[in-house]
Design a binder for this molecule. Structure first.
Ligand SMILES: *[C@@H]1O[C@H](CO)[C@@H](O)[C@H](O)[C@H]1NC(C)=O
Ligand SMILES: *[C@@H]1O[C@H](CO)[C@@H](O)[C@H](O)[C@H]1NC(C)=O
Ligand SMILES: *[C@@H]1O[C@H](CO)[C@@H](O)[C@H](O)[C@H]1NC(C)=O
Length: 221
């Protein structure tokens, strides 16, 4: 019974991921074919001609960024960013870190999930960009807190702009998405990190399934 439930959850997971990736692809194609020509952006770095962002995203240095205030699990934030054709944000310089700090305007949340996953030797960014070129870690406690990371918008636990460990499947937080601007020469990001994503996603589903069967056992009593 337990196994059947598990299989069902895993199948649902695959269907979910398939939908997410398919719709992200379609979205990209639609946008390209639409040939949008106007976009107001506030990027501080020179805007190459033709580089544009979807509504709600802000251009910065060949990429588009968006802070989403919905409080969701870090892995759900990553799923949402993927559905929009990107990933949770990777950060590669002090300038980019500072830029990410501007994304929620004048009333930012205390923390927002970024796209870093601490899983030992495979630690890295969801978008598979290089890790180690820039590091703003303030608190890295995988053992007691969790494997995901957030950036601090206030100085409650760490300094503003520092990164802090959060729990991938327990903490509900706003998040930041990043994706390549349309019409930029940079190569698109790869999807190898899906393997890790799948792993976390199934862990979460498993936990939910366990919780549900515990719940029904309690209901039976
Ligand atoms: C923010 O994320 C939530 C949760 O995934 C989603 O439902 C919502 O559409 C997103 N909002 C924006 C403005 O992108
Ligand atoms: C956090 O610690 C782990 C384990 O030591 C390490 O692999 C990872 O690179 C660290 N992450 C950051 C963001 O410093
Ligand atoms: C990042 O910085 C933290 C804190 O200074 C350090 O513990 C960690 O080893 C660094 N990670 C890497 C990969 O440089």
């Amino acid at each position: 019974m337990r196994l059947l439930q598990l299989e069902r959850n895993l199948s649902l997971l695959f269907i979910f991921l398939l939908t997410v990736f398919t719709s992200a692809d379609e979205h990209q194609i639609d946008k390209r074919q639409a040939g949008t020509t106007t976009e107001s952006t506030t990027g501080e770095i020179t805007h190459p001609p033709g580089a544009i962002c979807d509504d709600g995203y802000t251009y910065w240095n060949y990429y588009c960024y968006k802070g989403n205030s919905s409080e969701v699990l870090p892995i759900e934030g990553e799923a949402q960013c993927q559905a929009e054709g990107g990933h949770e944000v990777s950060i590669h310089s002090q300038e980019e870190n500072d830029f990410v700090l501007t994304l929620f305007g004048s009333n930012p949340p205390p923390l927002a999930t970024i796209g870093f996953l601490n899983n030992g030797e495979n630690s890295g960014w969801w978008d598979e960009s290089p890790w180690g070129d820039y590091n703003s870690t303030g608190l890295n406690d995988t053992a007691n807190i969790g494997y995901c990371m957030a950036i601090a918008y206030d100085s409650q636990t760490v300094e503003i702009g520092q990164w802090v460990s959060v729990a991938c499947t327990e903490d509900y937080l706003p998040f930041v998405c990043k994706k390549l601007a349309y019409g930029t020469p940079t190569a698109a990001t790869t999807t190898v990190s899906q393997v890790i994503f799948l792993y976390f996603r199934s862990m979460h589903k498993l936990r939910t399934a366990e919780h549900r069967s515990e719940q029904s056992r309690m209901d039976e009593l």
